[in-house]
Design a protein around this ligand. Sequence first.
Ligand code: ADP
Ligand code: MG
Length: 387
Amino acid sequence: MAKLNLENLTKAYSRKIIPVKQINLEVEDGEFLTLLGPSGCGKSTLLRLIAGLEKPTEGEINIGGKAMKNVAPGNRNIAMVFQSYALYPHMTAEENIATALKIRKTSEAEIAERVKDAAKKLELTKDKDCLSCKPGELSGGQRQRVALARALVRKPEVFLLDEPLSNLDALLREQVRGELKQIFKAQNKPVVYVTHDQTEAMTLSDTVVVLYDGTVQQKGHPEQIYQFPENQFVAGFVGSPQMNLLELKCENKFALLGDYQVPLINIDDTKLPSIENKIQWPEYIVLGIRPEEIKETSLEDEQGIQGKITLVEELGREKLVSLQVDGSDIILRALLGKSTQWNIDDTVRFIIPENCIHWFRWDGSGRNEEGQLINPLHQRDRLNKGR
Ligand code: ADP
Ligand code: MG
């Protein structure tokens, strides 16, 4: 049995507000699992349930095979790092790190030893002695390290981290990200890490769980989630710049892309409805293609799709080029090498490699007249063969 086990976990605040819906998850010792999803999808609520700060409406939490139902938060031996750090302002960093140990009546000598050890791992003694400073005297990055040290020092059964890097500036975040991975690997305990930042999720995790509206959309290795998104929500949420997702009309096993016809190949027809054994090809479909998969070609290439460049964005190492497909108002974004000669207003041709296309079920327009999402995108499942 996994070290941390969630069974059918549900939290309802009212009949309408159900931020966590029947979640089943297992996290092993030494596994770094990230809950990834947009703001409001239920990530923090799920962590608070595990920590015992909220009571589940339904379902069970097991840690090390033991049911947590009647175990108070203080007895769960869980270390949680909050987004706000939640440090005591009147205590020094050292006292903050030691608080949980003092409550647990650890000996003075052992406290000193463990604090020193955690402070060293988090480089709190490197530049200046941060340990004797109060949180107000420390930078955001140092405060965040103190909060992490306070979690490490506990030697808990499970680590829970709620967007711990979101208050850091981009440079520091990147640096700490790498260190975090190593530090937690060495602890060999289950880590549940919450973020809305897909780069963080992809770089840190052994396992990514994409959440939307309180339900698991997909669980897997970061690479698997990137290569084989199981529905349109995951496809659009993971990957930067975002995957192009086009709602296209279909005709005779082709999707109509402006003046062009994209063959509906590589589609698993067992996923399509059939009437009297005759497969019903869809009237509309969603074509997904990542910006980095679109290739430049010459104007003479008859295989190429012709379009006009409407925008060129410099990203330093690459250029992000917006292309309007001839005969339509469809705009595609392509990520091209910085040596590309393409400029705004140029007429060009490009290739969408057929084996790179992700097909998703179309279930009606996703937006109403005001442009708000009405159809849950997570029900638009992947139609490709093989996955
Ligand atoms: P996330 O951490 O993914 O941004 P949260 O878990 O904080 O999302 O919140 C999920 C949803 O639950 C939100 O719609 C939020 O308003 C609602 N919610 C959270 N806590 C409470 C509460 N104590 N009472 C009522 N609704 C809540
Ligand atoms: Mg949150």
